[in-house]
Design a protein around this ligand. Structure first.
Ligand code: MTE
Length: 336
């Protein structure tokens, strides 16, 4: 396996571009967002964690960054023995904490600063729609009601990045058992917090309305799967804002964009819900979008991935992409 230095800018080989129309909407949006939020010039072919914004401002230590990562501990929780290790090391905390996607707060990977504007006090999550027991939970209710556990999961970005993160949270199926979806419910929709007054993202991108707030969705069988997880913490502490505090979805067999951050609403519905990236660019970002090395993205192959996990020196390692991101035994039966 070759270890290669991360280049200063992420660039996708133009030779791998297969369809212009396939990516034009997302690309336009990302270009607009970069200009709007950073004045950072052109962001060309990029997407989830694949930015051509120079990343050479990543640091191995920084007091302001460390302060954002220094969160209250979440205890007690046990490491779930089924998910206590994967085939590669956990990504360095300082690196992972400054390399996030949270487009509400800008188009660069360094949204850790801007995302500190997210107001997380008195957080509430409303569970609504086709359920027998609709509820609005305070964060404390959630922390008390559902036993927390730690799970080490691979994270695979649609644009061929990967990391390994030690999440703390609870399985989605526990929340389902409590609210009891009715027989009519077939899908779930997650809505992220959005406030245009603090968001740095545009609402309009080159004539197209950007479908804020960020939404994502699943089939109910997917939500009930053992792997589907709500994270309230990472690295043993409460989620830092850049990760999508105080609660986000983690679906390790799917591309990272399926994991909505800073969830305020969970809606059980009958029809497949509209989702953010799928609305912007349906041919690039499917509703299902499981990690699949044999299904190329319209612009690039998904056969390999760049594993960012070698510590804060930014080195990465090229690895073969695993079907379902290595979680085939848990989820393949859902897609027969
Ligand atoms: N959720 C919201 N609300 N906004 C976003 O921009 N980005 C998604 C997902 N959830 C995103 C989001 C994408 S593209 C990825 S890859 C993951 O969050 C990144 O999670 P991380 O920053 O914790 O690694």
């Amino acid at each position: 396996m070759t270890i290669i230095r991360v280049p200063k800018a992420w660039k996708l080989p133009e030779a791998q571009v297969t369809s212009k129309s396939a990516y034009v909407n997302r690309r336009r949006f990302l270009k607009t967002i970069a200009n709007a939020s950073l004045g950072a010039g052109i962001v060309s072919a990029l997407g989830c964690k694949g930015s051509s914004v120079p990343e050479n401002n990543l640091v191995s230590s920084n007091q302001a960054l460390t302060a954002t990562l220094d969160q209250p501990s979440l205890e007690p929780f046990a490491r779930n023995p089924a998910f206590k290790t994967v085939d590669r090391p956990i990504t360095d905390e300082i690196l992972a904490g400054q390399y996030n996607n949270y487009y509400e707060f800008g188009g660069s990977k360094s949204i850790w600063r801007a995302s500190q504007a997210l107001p997380t006090d008195n957080w509430q999550v409303t569970v609504t729609g086709l359920v027998k027991n609709p509820r609005t939970y305070d964060l404390d209710d959630l922390l008390k009601k559902f036993p927390l556990e730690e799970r080490i999961y691979r994270l695979r970005c649609v644009e061929a990045w990967s990391m390994v993160l030690p999440w703390v949270g609870f399985p989605m199926k526990l929340l389902m058992a409590e609210v009891e979806p009715t027989d009519k419910a077939r899908f779930v929709s997650f809505t992220s917090y959005y406030d245009p007054k603090i968001s740095l993202a545009p609402v309009q991108s080159l004539g197209q309305k950007v479908p804020w707030p960020y939404t994502e969705g699943l089939r109910l069988e997917e939500m009930a799967n053992e792997l589907a997880f709500f994270a309230v913490g990472v690295y043993g502490e409460m989620l830092p804002k850049q990760y999508g505090a105080p609660i986000r979805a983690v679906l390790p067999w799917k591309y990272g964009f399926k994991g909505a951050k800073s969830i305020v609403k969970i809606d059980f519905v009958e029809q497949q819900p509209a989702t953010f990236w799928n609305t912007l660019s349906p041919s690039e970002y499917g509703f299902e979008d499981n990690v699949n090395p044999n299904k190329p993205h319209p612009r690039w192959s998904q056969k390999t991935e760049r594993f960012i996990g070698k510590g804060p020196d930014l080195s990465w390692e090229e690895r073969p992409t695993l079907p379902y991101n290595g979680y085939e035994e848990y989820v393949a039966s859902l897609y027969k």
